[in-house]
Each structure stands twice: as structure tokens, then as C-alpha cells.
Design a protein around this ligand. Structure first.
Ligand SMILES: [Cu+2]
Length: 86
């Protein structure tokens, strides 16, 4: 798989999406929503710094195609982040 800009339609390439505290599964037949809990890295970013309030958060990384549809099967990395307050 490759990483491209949103809108670039190369085979087996797409851009990353970070889902923050999203518990419902994505609908593979619809574009990934665009809101505070669905971040699109449409410039092809491969790293990002995000600020989260202390507590338990669920982060998912999903690769989407040029039209923001999740790849199927989605190369999803599930992660439970427990970054408690100090
Ligand atoms: Cu997108």
C-alpha cells in the first residue's frame, strides 16, 4: 500500500484517517465522515500530533482511498491508549 494525497487515484494507495473514540464500525460503502473524531490526513501525512484529554481513548488508523472510502479489507490498527493523568 502507498500513501498519497486525498484525490490522487493511484492503485493500492490512499491516505490515513485517525478515528478517535469511534466505536461504531465504518460503513465500507460510504466515505469516512469528516469531523472532530474522524481526522483525514489528506496531504499524505504519516505522522501527527494530537491533543487528547487525560483518560482512556480509542485510536484507529484507517487507510482510505482517493474518495475517502475505507480500503476493504481495511488495514485497520486498533489501539487502546490509556494515558492517565499524572
Ligand atoms: Cu479522507
Amino acid at each position: 500500500m502507498g500513501v498519497t494525497h486525498a484525490g490522487d487515484n493511484f492503485a493500492n494507495s490512499g491516505h490515513h484517517h485517525l478515528l478517535i473514540d469511534v466505536n461504531e464500525p465504518l460503513n465500507p460503502n460510504e466515505p469516512i465522515p469528516q469531523d472532530k473524531s474522524h481526522l483525514h490526513f489528506g496531504a499524505g501525512q504519516t505522522e501527527a500530533r494530537i491533543e487528547l484529554p487525560p483518560g482512556k481513548h480509542t485510536l484507529q488508523l484507517v487507510l482510505g482511498d482517493a474518495g475517502h472510502y475505507p480500503f476493504n479489507p481495511s488495514g485497520r490498527i486498533g489501539e487502546d491508549h490509556d494515558h492517565g493523568s499524572r
